[in-house]
Design a protein around this ligand. Structure first.
Ligand SMILES: NC(=O)c1ccc[n+]([C@@H]2O[C@H](COP(=O)([O-])OP(=O)(O)OC[C@H]3O[C@@H](n4cnc5c(N)ncnc54)[C@H](OP(=O)(O)O)[C@@H]3O)[C@@H](O)[C@H]2O)c1
Length: 299
């Protein structure tokens, strides 16, 4: 395959926190001419030593190039920066890699599209050191033509996956994956606290937790099928009645070890409610019904 020459490509990066810096630096290393702006100018100065062109305002940065990436703490900051710049933005492409909600993405997309801007919203499933590697998965949704036009540049940042025109979809995927991640962290933190309370080092337990979690992810495709079909007894090997009884031992062990059960109680309540409603023979996936209908579940 013919190597792409990036030396005639230009882009601006607005926001040079840990993530924006990684995005800008990766493109600079690949020969792209990157114009940068950050609210706190020191971060832009540091990157200019690596070849970035420093703009003195966000307006100047966006005006300099046909496409800009913006990556700030949140979408309130994004709106504060972009909305006063409608004249400068007209005819350009804006790629927003700030974490936000699907509704925020759709609102920003509506505003920008109304001002003749092509908009792509992105969700970064990576931490800064991963940027520039294939492990850095980045979801995009919004303008398909913008994705096609700038896919070479986006491909430098990681694995770029375009979803659909709905600009909120990248954020929806991002948020869903983050929710799954925080479930994992909650479990890890609870297990580590219990171990430490009993004199076992977290470092000793961690390789075992990793291989256990990896083994357990094998059940997820079956659970997903149960959720999609509504058949929660499909292929069940660990019924909820059994799991609810065993979960009580988890709670009891934490209590006698003097560690908090705050992270664990919501799941106990969900389990007990489902069992009381006659779902003891179902798989754990039946809990999704309680999540989907919280009003009913809280009765
Ligand atoms: N770091 C990660 O592991 C990671 C992973 C995936 C996604 N993300 C997402 O990437 C985005 C950036 O994260 P980060 O790690 O780079 O955060 P960060 O290091 O805390 O940097 C935040 C950036 O936002 C800027 N900013 C905040 N409020 C602003 C405002 N009102 N006006 C102008 N600039 C403002 C900051 O400018 P100053 O330098 O002037 O403060 C800085 O450039 C977030 O949405 C985050 O969720 C991060």
């Amino acid at each position: 395959m013919k190597a792409v020459d990036f030396t005639n490509k230009n882009i601006s990066v607005i926001g040079l926190g840990a993530m924006g810096t990684a995005l800008a630096r990766t493109m600079i290393k690949n020969g792209v001419r990157v114009t940068v702006w950050n609210r706190t100018a020191e971060k832009a100065k540091a990157l200019s030593g690596e070849g970035a062109i420093e703009a003195s305002t966000a307006k100047e940065a966006i005006a300099s190039n046909p496409v800009s990436i913006i990556c700030l703490s949140d979408n309130h900051a994004v709106r504060d920066i972009l909305y006063p710049l409608e004249e400068i933005l007209r005819g350009k492409t804006l790629i927003n890699l700030t974490n936000g909600t699907p509704e925020q993405a759709r609102e920003i997309a509506t505003w920008l599209t109304a001002h003749s801007v092509e908009y792509l919203d992105g969700g970064i499933m990576a931490i800064p050191p991963m940027i520039g590697t294939p492990q850095a998965l980045i979801f995009y949704s919004g303008s398909a033509s913008a994705f096609e036009k700038w896919s070479d540049l986006l491909g430098l940042l990681g694995t770029a996956r375009y979803l659909k025109e709905d600009p909120g979809l990248a954020s929806l995927y991002d948020i869903s994956l983050l929710i799954a991640m925080y479930g994992m962290f909650a479990g890890f933190l609870q297990a580590a606290a219990l171990a430490r309370a009993n004199g076992v080092n977290a470092l000793e337990l961690t390789p075992l937790i990793i291989s256990w979690l990896q083994a357990m992810t094998q059940t997820l495709p079956l659970n997903a099928k149960q959720i999609d079909t509504g058949d929660y007894e499909l292929g069940v090997v660990s019924n909820l009645g059994m799991q609810t009884t065993a979960y009580e031992n988890l709670i009891e062990t934490c209590k006698t070890s003097g560690v908090s059960i705050d992270l664990m109680l919501p799941l106990k309540m969900m389990f007990e409610r489902a069992v009381a409603n006659g779902y003891s023979k179902s798989d754990i996936s039946v809990i999704v019904e309680n999540i989907l209908t919280p009003a009913q579940a809280n009765k």
